[in-house]
Design a binder for this molecule. Sequence first.
Ligand code: ZN
Length: 344
Amino acid sequence: MSLETQSSARPRKKTKASVRKKYLKVPYTYVRLLVSVLLTFIIILGVSLYRLSQYQMAERTKQSEYEELLVEYNRLETEANELLAKLNMVEYKNDSTQVTLNRQAAKLNEQDAKYSQELDEFTKKTEELQGQLEELEKAKQEIVNQLNEIPYLPGITNLTLEEPIPLAVSYSSDPIQLLSYKLDSMNDIANAELSSYQLLTDTFEEIKPILNNYPSIWPVKGKTTSGFGMRQNPMGGTSTEKHYGLDIAVPMYTDVKSTGGGTVTLAEYSGGYGYLVVIDHGMGMETYYGHNSELLVSVGNVVERGQAVAKSGSTGNSTGPHVHYEVRVNGKPVNPVNYVTLSD
Ligand SMILES: [Zn+2]
């Protein structure tokens, strides 16, 4: 108040504007300087703030990018784990499949071995059977041969059987097929054998009575001193005669056996034969037993093979104790040697 009063007291001519001008002259410079400084500061601050915000934005972008990457990474990791789990599962399944397969293979091998063994055994049995069939065929052929060797079998002339069927040949590489083929063939053979055995059995039934009666053993055991056929007259001289039987030397009173079953048709003293027994065997076959000392049967007696019908001697035209043995077929003398087919 006092200052204002003082100034107004000095120059009253001074205007208000000039006063203001004078008053402001110095501070204005300061103000300008201050303003400049402030502006500079503000500019620097603004630039710095802008830079900072830019940096922060960049940082934020980086951060979000990083987070996105992290999420992606986690997703990938999860997927990888899932995949791994699946792979493990597949591997496990593979393993278990392998184990199952191995087990099945082992089982199959075992079965195969067992099967193979059974097949071997079966093959062996088949071969045994085949061998037996062959034996049977041989035995049958032997019987047929023996039957055919019998010199006189009325009604049975040369018994022939069908040729044996050979085992069929197969070239299959399959053992089962081969075996099956062989078995089929053997079955055919067995059937053929069976029917030929049936024929043989029928033949035997037919000739059984004939065979029982058939003169087929020696009447006595001894040395044959004279055979069947032409010979010098044993009673002396140089003439020859036909000998219708065999002379068998035996001690006196030896049992003279009937050589087959039959009926006595003659039992008496008969000229040069001495005491003679004649047996009818049927089928037109007769046997004669001469030079006996004693007769054990009478006409009409039925005798069996091996039965004693007389005691040996030297009656009739005889030079010593012996049996004159004759076989006649339909009245015709034949060589008795051929009829001795059985041993007693
Ligand atoms: Zn004689």
